[in-house]
Write a protein that binds this ligand. Structure first.
Ligand SMILES: [Zn+2]
Length: 82
């Protein structure tokens, strides 16, 4: 009689429901400053009041903050609309 093969240990893959939403950064009108935007599928877009020009800009999702970035990085980013 064949010995029953030991079942392979199941690797529990925990899928967290609290996965942080992916974020994207857009460059602001002031050199070296970026806005951190959460990317939400099917988002209609949000407007936020810019701390530098006091005009509202449009981005693709909720704003999570502002960040200083190096100029070289900043140039590569997409600009906010509006
Ligand atoms: Zn601005």
């Amino acid at each position: 009689m064949k010995r029953a093969a030991k079942p392979a240990a199941k690797v529990a893959v925990k899928v967290s429901k609290l996965t942080p939403a992916p974020q994207v950064q857009y460059r602001l009108c002031r050199a070296g400053w970026a806005v951190i935007v959460e990317t939400i599928p099917n988002a209609q877009g949000t407007r936020f009041v810019c701390p530098f020009c006091t005009v509202s800009h449009r981005v693709s999702g909720p704003v999570r903050g502002f960040k200083r970035v190096r100029r070289a990085q900043w140039i590569k980013m997409r600009r906010v609309e509006g």
